[in-house]
Design a protein around this ligand. Sequence first.
Ligand code: URA
Length: 204
Amino acid sequence: LAAPGVPRPMADDLDQLKAEENACTRCPLYETATQAVPGIGPRDADLMVVGEQPGDQEDLAGRPFVGPAGQMFNRIAKEAGIDRAQAFVTNAVKHFKFTPRGKRRIHQNPNAGEIKACRFWLTSEIELIRPRLILSMGGTAAESLTGSRKGILARRGSIEATEDGVPVFLTVHPSYLLRLPDPALREAETDKFRADLRAAQAHL
Ligand code: URA
């Protein structure tokens, strides 16, 4: 166990971690979300994939990347030679942040305080899984993992590191591709995303 007063993750298995994440009150997002959405995947995964936060469908299912962004990721990852089932897939923030609009819940970006508060849980997951490489998708994951808020488009395709020295391969978020209105641009950006995933896989 950690020495008293030393803020270290205490969970030593994923089930315990899930229970602890569901009891979290480190930021206010637990108040409105359905549940925490912990990471999922093999305990001995070489690759950890980190997104932003659960969306509407993930919040209801309790599992990450099951909605449209997840389906996009699954498809491109497969084309790039990544088997999602062998990766540990998680998010920088574990609770869904949204504003209600009629019957819909509209996604809101987590702020710096929420990202920082939730880094505790991401650190716990990294310590449990000890991945060889983290694939960081989008600006929120990059901010959480590297501490830098510099634009992701200028950094994508490069490898940085967590403060504990775990290599972090940076790329864009699949939702970014889904939001691009111009089909030609979307296709070009999807090709780049696939190339990023291939390059990440080659580093394993
Ligand atoms: N977007 C994310 O970043 N994570 C999810 O789990 C779903 C959508």
